[in-house]
Design a protein around this ligand. Structure first.
Ligand code: SF4
Length: 397
């Protein structure tokens, strides 16, 4: 058999549920024809979601950034400020609770509490905030933080990661957002985030969380100079971890944004590389249920295309976002537009919960929600002039 015939056989096997080796995944990632890769990933998605394969989901959420002070100084990050810098800011609890109230008012179901590694913020800080949020808004799901924050807060408080996770879970954290995965293999991780915990430690903390009943998503930052083999190694590390715990609900690759950071955009992944990664992830990560397409870092057309390359979810209407926007992500959307994008891709949109249950299936456009305040970046410190909607008392800074 020729090499392309071998690849067609591999794609058929993976589409049918057979497991790919990392070597096969790398070969397909590098050489399989793009459309064949997408078709196999789409077949795998349809097989997994037989009966609801016509649906693509989205969520309404808000990122709430509590501080930009950070001791970790990742080279791709445009959000943080060194703790002694005059650019440091923190949000007080009242401010955070008002942002939660706006989220509820707009039909948001989830918040991502997201910030830097503040030198003074230990477990107690997160316990206090999560308790206050849950007391005021028990309906909001706190899907936040990741292994890096756990590693940092545990160190500040002088406790184990296990104790830190148990305590913030008891205080209200529902699930981890899987932030900080970046690139898990040692070489690219050291190159862009030398002060972060190792990839092995990141996975160890996530596995501890999964064993304590706190599930998470997993992410991958593409485009900071990693090799194709390192991208596939990242997937292998996640798949092996998932075989041990089963706690990753989703895999979410996204693209490095080039502005205002130390890397200065010298390397970037292309949209084709991104689509190939989504497709290979759908085929290789046979033990991860959901693959999320990113319109925020790739653009709306690529986000729409992602639904044909293995993604079953198109992320969120993010009422507030500052982190990747600080690095130059300029794409904006709203709920009506996301519904349109999903329909134009031949799928039926459904608003989902954090745990991926369908909350509303938008199967009749005549019944579409009409609240035009549900827009991404309704409030964002990372956009010049902000984008506050006039009808809401939205905080701009
Ligand atoms: S990515 Fe997170 S940990 Fe790294 S510098 Fe930015 S805020 Fe700090």
């Amino acid at each position: 058999m020729g090499q392309q015939a071998d690849r067609a056989t591999m794609l058929d096997r993976a589409a049918g549920g057979g497991r790919l080796t990392p070597e096969e995944a790398l070969d397909l990632y590098r050489f399989a024809p793009l459309h064949a890769l997408g078709a196999a990933a789409d077949a795998a998605r349809r097989r997994r979601y037989a009966g609801v394969e016509h649906i693509a989901t989205y969520i309404i959420e808000r990122n709430i950034n509590y501080t930009n002070a950070c001791v970790t100084a990742c080279k791709f990050c445009a959000f943080y400020a060194p703790p002694k810098s005059d650019k440091v800011w923190t949000r007080d609890l009242d401010d955070i609770l008002r942002r939660c109230a706006e989220t509820v008012e707009l039909g948001g179901t989830q918040i991502m509490f997201q910030g830097g590694h503040h030198p003074d913020y230990g477990v107690e800080y997160y316990e206090r905030h999560f308790r206050a949020i849950k007391d005021a808004f028990p309906q909001l799901v706190i899907h936040s933080l990741g292994a890096s924050e756990v590693d940092h807060m545990a160190r500040i408080s002088g406790v184990s990661a296990e104790e830190a996770i148990s305590r913030i879970h008891a205080a209200g954290l529902d699930s981890f957002a899987g932030a900080g995965a970046e690139l898990l293999p040692a070489r690219p991780r050291q190159a862009i985030a030398p002060l972060k915990e190792s990839g092995e430690r990141w996975l160890e903390i996530m596995e501890t969380a999964h064993r304590l009943g706190v599930e998470s998503t997993s992410t991958m930052l593409m485009g900071t100079g990693e090799t194709n083999a390192e991208r596939i190694e990242h997937l292998r590390m996640i798949r092996d971890s998932q075989d041990r715990t089963g706690g990753f609900r989703a895999f979410i690759p996204y693209l490095y944004q080039p502005q205002n950071n130390h890397l200065r955009g010298r390397t970037q992944a292309t949209i084709f590389e991104y689509l190939r990664m989504l497709a290979v992830a759908r085929l290789f990560l046979d033990n991860v249920a959901h693959i999320q397409g990113s319109w925020l870092t790739t653009g709306k057309e690529a986000g729409q295309l992602s639904l044909h390359y293995g993604a079953d979810d198109l992320g969120s209407v993010m009422l507030e976002e500052n982190v990747v926007s600080s690095a130059g992500a300029k794409h904006r959307s709203n709920r009506m537009e996301l519904l349109h994008l999903i329909r134009a891709a031949g799928r039926v949109p459904a608003q989902r919960a954090t745990t991926y249950e369908h909350l509303v299936v938008h199967d009749d456009p005549a019944n579409d929600p009409v609240d035009d305040r549900v827009v991404s970046h309704l409030s964002s410190t990372a956009i010049e002039g902000g984008t506050a909607h006039p009808e809401l008392t939205v905080l701009n800074s």
